[in-house]
Write a protein that binds this ligand. Structure first.
Ligand code: C2E
Ligand code: MG
Ligand code: MG
Ligand code: MG
Length: 278
């Protein structure tokens, strides 16, 4: 720390550590103080052109720091095995929201929540989620659980069992981030999921477009034959939407249509849309 350059370098590591410690130590308190916000990002049906579903995405409104995106705190919670509490909090928030809307006679749509690997391996995760779903009397088919592809390929037997268990409890199951490294089409023959989420990597400019589209076309066609819905994530251009519609992809979730938004904004949006065709 005597040398000028060392001092600068050490300082940034120190700051990073302080930030990590702050994030870690403040989580419980933040849960109690309702600092975590649940945003919803609409999924637009490509046949109906309407918002048909949505994904719940967490943010942290940390006093003095502004609204933090999930990648600023989720990896830290995961590392310290603390993510389960947050996943469950988001899930319960959505159950309460659906419950209140149903009670008020307002329109509801299926909403998905993310479940981290750690929560997924928690042995009573399915029964805990099912109990909460029952407590708020959520009808079957309204709550969707997103698992990431990497978890599915890590322990396939466990995944298959858990997905069956969840579906018996009336949850929809979806495989998130499909296409990001562990993709094995083989798992689709054993895993009875409801939704396949095509990862945003397919819609980034890096790879050659015609090759990418050929791969996407194949995946969409396999999913269709297996009666698995497809949701394309991270779609930003009209030309991509047109391609996906032509190939029979079911929904688009991307900035081209909508960014994640506060729940109140989402309510206003769907109120103006009428009911999507069933
Ligand atoms: P994800 O589950 O794959 O969610 C989709 C992410 O893609 C979201 O980022 C969304 O804002 C972003 N996105 C959607 N469309 C576009 C687009 O057209 N362009 C671009 N550039 N981005 C788009 P977000 O909200 O920052 O979330 C990042 C990740 O954090 C999520 O990826 C998910 O893995 C995780 N996450 C969010 N909420 C939760 C949660 O409650 N629990 C857990 N365990 N993970 C969560
Ligand atoms: Mg997701
Ligand atoms: Mg994803
Ligand atoms: Mg993800």
């Amino acid at each position: 720390s005597g040398g000028r350059h060392y001092a600068f370098y050490n300082e940034s590591i120190r700051e990073k550590m302080i930030k990590e410690v702050t994030i870690k130590s403040r989580m419980q308190d933040a849960l109690q103080k309702n600092e975590f916000l649940v945003y919803l990002q609409p999924k637009v049906g490509l046949k109906s052109g309407r918002v048909e579903r949505a994904e719940a995405l967490v943010r942290w409104d940390m006093p003095g720091r502004g609204v933090l995106p999930p990648n600023a705190f989720i990896p830290i919670f995961e590392q310290h095995q603390m993510i389960g509490a947050l996943d469950q909090y988001v899930f319960e928030k959505i159950c309460i929201w659906l419950h209140d809307r149903i009670a008020a006679g307002l329109k509801v749509l299926p909403i998905s929540v993310n479940v981290s690997r750690i929560q997924f391996y928690n042995s009573d995760f399915v029964s805990t989620y099912a109990k909460i779903k029952d407590r708020y009397k959520i009808p079957d088919g309204l709550m969707e659980i997103e698992f990431t592809e990497s978890v599915a390929f890590e322990n396939q037997d466990y995944m298959i069992q858990n997905v069956e268990h969840m579906r018996r409890h009336g949850f929809l199951c979806s495989l998130d981030d499909f296409g990001t490294g562990y993709s094995s089409l083989g798992i689709l023959k054993d895993l009875s999921i409801d939704v396949l989420k095509l990862d945003a990597v397919f819609f980034r400019a890096k790879s050659e477009k015609s090759r990418t589209y050929t791969v996407l076309k194949g995946i969409i066609s396999i999913a269709r034959a297996l009666q698995i819905k497809t949701v394309a994530e991270g779609v930003e251009y009209k030309e991509q939407v047109d391609f996906l519609r032509k190939e029979g992809c079911d929904c688009v979730q991307g900035f081209y249509f909508y960014r994640p938004m506060p729940i109140a904004e989402f309510e206003a949006l769907i109120a103006g849309q009428g009911s999507p065709p069933q």
